[in-house]
Design a protein around this ligand. Structure first.
Ligand code: FAD
Ligand code: NAD
Length: 406
């Protein structure tokens, strides 16, 4: 009898952790495990805002897949998935196709643009190494260009960030650190540069602890971030952003809009015919969509309901990693001929968000609030713990955040 084929799509948190766990739990002759990813590297999406602002080089964020995958146990295919055909148990790639007995989908998120006029064409998003690198270059180019034009254009120095969710807040925190450096480098007075965060809800970080939200806003405002709260972005053009606040239409001249106002699951999963909600596939507690016993969904493509709140769990790296561990364990059971799968029960350890390299906020262990240095240190501990799980001490030493004082 031939070995079953396990195909894992995407080497984000969900995909790569499934592969790493399977290479430990399965023997080389138990199954053929194949991991497919667009790039030769895995990146830590949770650090991309730093790469986009230019406060951390992207080589710190990415990890070569060959550094963490045991290629005698997992076959790595660098290619782009173009179609998933669940009825035929096949995956189409730009350069070939793969057949599976078990499929793990970990293709991650895309920006949700809600049909806002001009957004797709004119705004930047933080969702990959390539997109983050482009934002860094674009901001720097505009600073460099500013003093080379006879007519000084303010639009080059107005940086607008759409959305004050965790991504928007973490990104403006990095910008607040980076902009003074850029001003020095390009001889631009700091007061000429505006960092503007536009949020539609009545508060930044809607739903988060109000005391921590206030702390975050004070910290960011003190470093020159302006907030437009209750302001709904309506349109983006090449050199302006339009929003509506208190039923008034307002414009900001800018050629740098970074859209951080929402995510959805990878559109390939909808295209494959799975029932989806904003690109996320409802799955049972074994992380399989109804009617597909051979498909597991991990990470931002999966929609898991929290029975207590009757709302879906948010798409986070924390959950993606736990789902991957669960899926690898359940696949191992199936390969060994067991038919009882363990249910997924998230073990939420809290939320910590950075406000630049020297400040942060968080709630951990149910209700312990963290501010400032303790939150910054906790964020680094979380990041290093992930690297330890993924590649052991050598990876922590190579890529970890080991300086707790900066
Ligand atoms: P992803 O990390 O998105 O990975 C998907 C992978 O699939 C990528 O490697 C991609 O290259 C690959 N891929 C995509 N399409 C294809 C294709 N067609 N073919 C082949 N490969 C493909 N969550 C937290 O818990 N804590 C945080 O502190 C935190 N910070 C964040 C900061 C930022 C700036 C952002 C944007 C998000 C943050 N999140 C955080 C959310 C978290 O990053 C996501 O929930 C997480 O990345 C989801 O993991 P994933 O494995 O589903 O997908
Ligand atoms: P989000 O959906 O959490 O926040 C988007 C924000 O944009 C919301 O506050 C929303 O009100 C606002 N918005 C939507 N449309 C708008 C419009 N037209 N105009 C102005 N504002 C608008 O998205 P996110 O911040 O990208 O986070 C995505 C996921 O990643 C979440 O689950 C989040 O928890 C997670 N994440 C976690 C961390 C962390 O734990 N440190 C960091 C980043 C992201």
């Amino acid at each position: 009898m031939r070995n079953p084929n396990i195909v894992i799509l995407g080497a984000g948190y969900g995909g790569i952790m499934t592969a790493v766990k399977l290479q430990k739990s399965l023997g080389a002759n138990d199954a053929n495990v194949t991991l497919v990813n667009k790039h030769s590297y895995h990146y830590q999406t949770t650090w991309l805002h730093e790469n986009a602002a230019g406060t951390l080089h992207h080589d710190r964020t990415r990890i070569q897949i060959s550094d963490v995958i045991n290629t005698s146990k997992v076959n790595f295919v660098q290619d782009t998935v173009t179609d998933i055909k669940p009825e035929d148990k096949k995956v189409l790639l730009e350069n070939g196709e793969l057949s599976y007995d078990y499929l793990v989908i970990g293709l991650g998120f895309e920006s949700a643009t809600f049909g806002i006029s001009g957004l797709k064409e004119n705004a930047f998003t933080i969702n990959s190494i390539n997109s983050a690198r482009l934002i860094r270059q674009h901001i720097e180019y505009n600073f460099a260009k500013y003093n080379n034009e006879a007519e000084k254009k303010q639009e080059r120095l107005n940086i607008v960030v759409g959305g004050a969710g965790f991504t928007g807040i973490e990104f403006v925190g990095e910008l607040a650190n980076r902009v003074p450096e850029l001003c020095k480098e390009y001889d631009i007075p700091r007061e000429k540069v505006r960092i503007i965060n536009v949020e539609a809800a009545p508060t930044a970080l809607p739903g988060f602890d109000p005391e921590l939200v206030e702390y975050a806003m004070n910290s960011l405002e003190a470093r020159g971030v302006e907030f437009k709260i209750g302001a709904m972005i309506k349109e983006v053009t090449e050199n302006k952003l339009v929003f509506e606040k208190d039923e008034q239409r307002e414009e900001i001249e800018t050629n740098t809009v970074v859209w951080a106002a929402g995510v959805r699951g990878n559109s390939l999963v909808e295209k494959a015919g799975f029932e989806a909600n904003r690109g996320r596939i409802p799955v049972g507690d074994d992380l399989r969509p109804e009617g597909y016993d051979d498909v597991f969904i991990v990470g931002d493509c999966a929609l898991v309901m929290n029975e207590e709140t009757e709302r879906p769990y948010p798409p986070t790296a924390q959950i993606a990693i736990q789902q991957a561990e669960q899926t690898a364990a359940n696949l191992t059971r199936l390969i060994r001929g067991e038919d009882h799968l363990e249910p997924f029960e998230p073990d939420l350890k809290g939320t910590v968000a950075s406000l630049g390299h020297n400040d942060a906020i968080g709630v951990v262990f149910d209700d312990k609030k963290l501010f400032g240095w303790s939150a910054t240190a906790m964020k680094k501990i979380i990041d290093n713990r992930y690297l330890l799980k993924l590649g052991g001490v050598p990876l922590v030493l190579k890529k970890g955040k080991l300086n707790f004082f900066h």
